[in-house]
Every structure is written in structure tokens, then in C-alpha cells.
Design a protein around this ligand. Structure first.
Ligand code: GDP
Length: 424
């Protein structure tokens, strides 16, 4: 059985909590794309954690956590994240790294920073963790795979090829010092030794686990609208956060993917640049931002204030569709308990016409939200233990979102903690 957890929107939907929850009934949890550029917030018996690169199964001793070949592996970030867990009393997790995974280089991070600086006002809102330069190199075939770190001669040859162009750009475009290849090789060799016991052929491991009937959980980062093909290009990320890509980035067969669990919040939030039709400015937005999430809507990796707005059913319906969701998990429902009426964006107005299909990026900046208002429930639903005990208006809100999104909502989250979930 292979379950995939992905985001329906712009990221930060609460996937970390859902993955942590479902990890308890999984044997293997796999990261299949992205890198240390986004964060999952997990609150459990050990405390509050922001995981960036580690799979969310690391709090469960019986779970094998896998960094799949599709991930941008920042070895130093991974090691320091591991250390920060054990320093806080979490037992050392089972973790394996694909030998085909590619390595985030220090120069990828530098190039990300230098390029955002160069672009100035037209910058993409990158988290400057090297993701775009990393994936550019991967597809230009000048990336370095983990397995290549253990062959010094091969590593030198590969780096020599890559560095000709890098150093030319560093010197002439960014006016920075060139990369010293000997220093870089020494640094990479040192890191390679530290992860050596964890490196293996994870593709074989996953296929074997699947044949043995184990439960595998693929964990996506970000969400549908950050997909380079189907999202709000160019305000996207550089690897696909779609469940379909999960098969590729993890290394499992699409035939075996049984459940696609799409996570969305009961309102909308987005961080970084790019169009966001339901953005709320002013005091209404400030209040929602302050009340959102577990401690306000601020990025888990960057601390940046997230844009917030009412539930965008146009974007979410599209996000759920491109993920191919078999079910939806609705998170942060408790946050809306202060409202008399809750607006939901059911359509966009584009040049005087009402549209319900999410359009291509250039049209989004001309779209205005069309809202329907639903009655609020005016009470705190944290602490409610079963779906049936929720106020009627709250249940009606969930049913409305389900109808708008076109996939069943089976799990509702009514607080940031692991046990704050209601099964419908
Ligand atoms: P991810 O990247 O999709 O894992 O999402 P993040 O962890 O970045 O953001 C989700 C935020 O919502 C975090 O602050 C979570 O602690 C918080 N959260 C998740 N579920 C709930 C919920 O049901 N209620 C509340 N109030 N906060 C939640």
C-alpha cells in the first residue's frame, strides 16, 4: 500500500502534522522532492519541531525514513537537523539516503542568493536554499549524485566540468571569488563519510517493502500551485510537488499508489512572491494571520509573514484535481471560530466574466474573488473529540468545502497537536 500526502495549494497546508499522524500506521516514510527550502511544523510529545529535510516519520521508532532520489540533499542541513532532534530527546531515527540522490553544493546556495540580489525587485521570493540552481544543474546533467562522492577521481572530473561555467559566472556576472576545487572536494569527502552508513539503493528497498505488503507513505513538500508545470509559473518551485511525481522522485511504481491524500487549510495562505487572488489586506487579514496556524501564519523556514485570505475554492479545486486526490484533509478549522460569517471564494471575476476554472498565471492578476458567505459557529472547537459533536454550522462548512473541491473530506484537524483530529 502506498499513500501519498501532498498539498492542494501554495504549501503550508499542515502536511507535516498529517504525515506525522499517518506515519504511526506506516512502515516507511519517503521524501521525494524539494530540499531544505520549506518546513513542516510538527507538535508531539517531544515538543514543537520544524522539519525541513527529514521525513516526518522520524518521531516513530519503527518507521524507516527515506530520502529519495528526487530530493535536493543538503548534507550539512540534514546532519544538523538530525542532531537537533536527538539533542531534544528524540531517539535516533532510522534514516536511509538514496545513492542516486543529488547533492546540494555550497555554490548552489551562493548562486541562489546572488541571483535574487541581481534580480532585485523582480526576484522570485526564493528561500535562498539553492533549490533553483540545484535542479537547473541536475537537468543540465552537471549535478553530483551521492554515489559519485565516493569516487574521488570521478568527483574531481565532474566538478571540473561544472566549475568552468560556475567560475565564469561568479567572476564576470556576480563579481565574486571563484570556487576552489580542492577545498570543495575535501569538504564533500568529509560530509560523504558522515552519511556513508545511511547511503543505499532506496529504490530496491521500496520495491521490496511494497512486495512484502508494507505500508509506504510518500511525503510531498509545498503544494500543487508551486508545481513548475501546473502551478503559478514562474512563482513555483523547481521540482514537482505533485503525487504523480512521487512515483519518480521516490522510486515506486505508479501502479502501486493507492491513496492520494491532499491537505488543505480551512482558509488560504501563501508565502513568497506571485499572484494570490484572495489576499486580504488590512485589519481583516492581520487578524486571520495572527489567529492562523499554531502561532500565527509565519513561515516555518523563513519566519516570513504569510499572505492570508478566505478559502479559495477555485484554486483548491484545481489543486485537488491536478494531485488526483482520493481524499482531502481539512486543517486549521478551529482558526475560523471567531467569525460571524465566513466568506468562501467560489469563483473569480475576470474582465467582467465569472470563471470557476483556475486560469494560467498572467490572467490571475486580473482576477477578483467572488465570495459566498456561510454562517460562522462562533465558538472554539479545539477540544472537540468527535466530528458529530461539532456545531452544525461547522459541519455545514466542511460539507460545502467538500462539494466545492470534488473529493471526500475524511479527516478534519481542529488544532495543531497530533491528537487534535476528527474522523468523519
Ligand atoms: P506544511 O508545510 O504543510 O507541513 O505546513 P506548516 O507546518 O508549515 O504550516 C501549518 C501550520 O498550521 C503550522 O503552524 C501547524 O502547527 C499549524 N496547524 C496544522 N494543523 C492545524 C490545525 O488544525 N489547527 C491549528 N490551529 N493549527 C494547525
Amino acid at each position: 500500500m502506498i499513500r501519498t500526502i501532498v498539498g492542494a495549494n501554495w504549501g503550508d497546508e499542515g502536511k507535516g502534522k498529517v504525515t506525522d499522524l499517518l506515519a504511526a500506521s506506516s512502515d516507511v516514510v519517503v521524501r521525494f522532492q524539494g530540499g531544505a527550502n520549506a518546513g513542516h511544523t510538527i507538535i508531539n510529545e517531544y515538543g514543537k519541531f520544524a522539519l525541513h529535510l527529514l521525513p516526518s516519520g522520524v518521531f516513530h521508532q519503527n518507521v524507516v525514513n527515506v530520502i529519495g532520489p528526487g530530493v535536493a540533499l543538503n548534507i550539512e542541513a540534514l546532519l544538523s537537523e538530525l542532531e537537533s532532534l536527538t539533542a531534544r530527546g528524540v531517539p535516533k531515527p532510522q534514516l536511509v539516503i538514496s545513492d542516486r540522490c543529488q547533492v546540494m553544493m555550497p555554490y548552489h546556495i551562493d548562486f541562489d542568493k546572488f541571483e535574487e540580489e541581481r534580480l532585485g525587485k523582480s526576484a522570485f521570493g526564493s528561500t535562498k536554499s539553492g533549490i533553483a540552481p540545484f535542479y537547473s544543474d541536475k537537468f543540465a546533467k552537471v549535478g553530483i549524485q551521492v554515489c559519485q562522492l565516493y569516487d574521488r577521481e570521478l568527483l574531481r572530473q565532474r566538478l571540473e566540468i561544472a566549475l568552468v561555467k560556475k567560475n565564469c559566472l561568479l567572476e564576470h556576472l556576480y563579481h565574486k571569488p571563484p570556487v576552489d576545487i580542492d577545498g570543495l572536494i575535501a569538504h564533500l569527502t568529509d560530509l560523504a563519510e558522515k552519511i556513508r552508513p545511511m547511503v543505499c539503493d532506496t529504490t530496491m528497498l521500496l520495491h521490496r517493502a511494497n512486495r512484502e505488503g508494507k505500508t509506504i507513505l510518500l511525503e510531498g513538500q509545498l503544494g500543487s500551485l508551486r508545481d513548475p508545470d501546473h502551478g503559478i509559473y514562474p512563482y513555483t518551485t523547481s521540482s514537482s510537488p505533485l503525487a504523480g511525481f512521487g512515483c519518480v522522485g521516490a522510486g515506486v511504481s505508479p501502479r502501486d499508489m493507492t491513496d492520494i491524500v491532499c491537505v488543505t487549510k480551512a482558509y488560504s495562505s501563501a508565502v513568497g512572491a506571485g499572484p494570490f487572488v484572495v489576499r486580504l489586506d488590512g485589519p481583516e487579514g492581520d487578524e486571520l494571520r495572527r489567529r492562523g496556524g499554531d502561532a500565527g501564519e509565519f513561515g516555518a523556514t523563513t519566519g516570513r509573514a504569510r499572505d492570508v485570505g478566505w478559502f479559495d475554492a477555485v484554486a483548491t479545486r484545481y489543486g485537488v484535481m491536478v494531485q488526483g486526490a482520493t481524499e482531502i484533509v481539512l486543517t486549521n478549522l478551529d482558526v475560523l471560530g471567531y467569525l460571524d460569517e465566513i466568506p468562501v471564494c467560489v469563483a473569480y471575476e475576470l474582465d467582467g466574466e465569472r470563471i470557476t476554472d483556475f486560469p494560467a498565471t498572467p490572467l490571475l492578476s486580473r482576477c477578483k474573488p467572488v465570495y459566498t458567505k456561510l454562517p460562522g459557529w462562533k465558538c472554539d472547537i479545539r477540544g472537540v473529540r468527535s466530528f458529530d459533536e461539532l456545531p452544525d454550522a461547522c459541519k455545514a462548512y466542511v460539507a460545502f468545502i467538500e462539494e466545492q473541491c470534488g473529493a471526500p473530506i475524511r479527516i478534519v484537524s481542529n488544532g495543531p497537536k497530533r491528537d487534535e483530529v476528527l474522523y468523519r
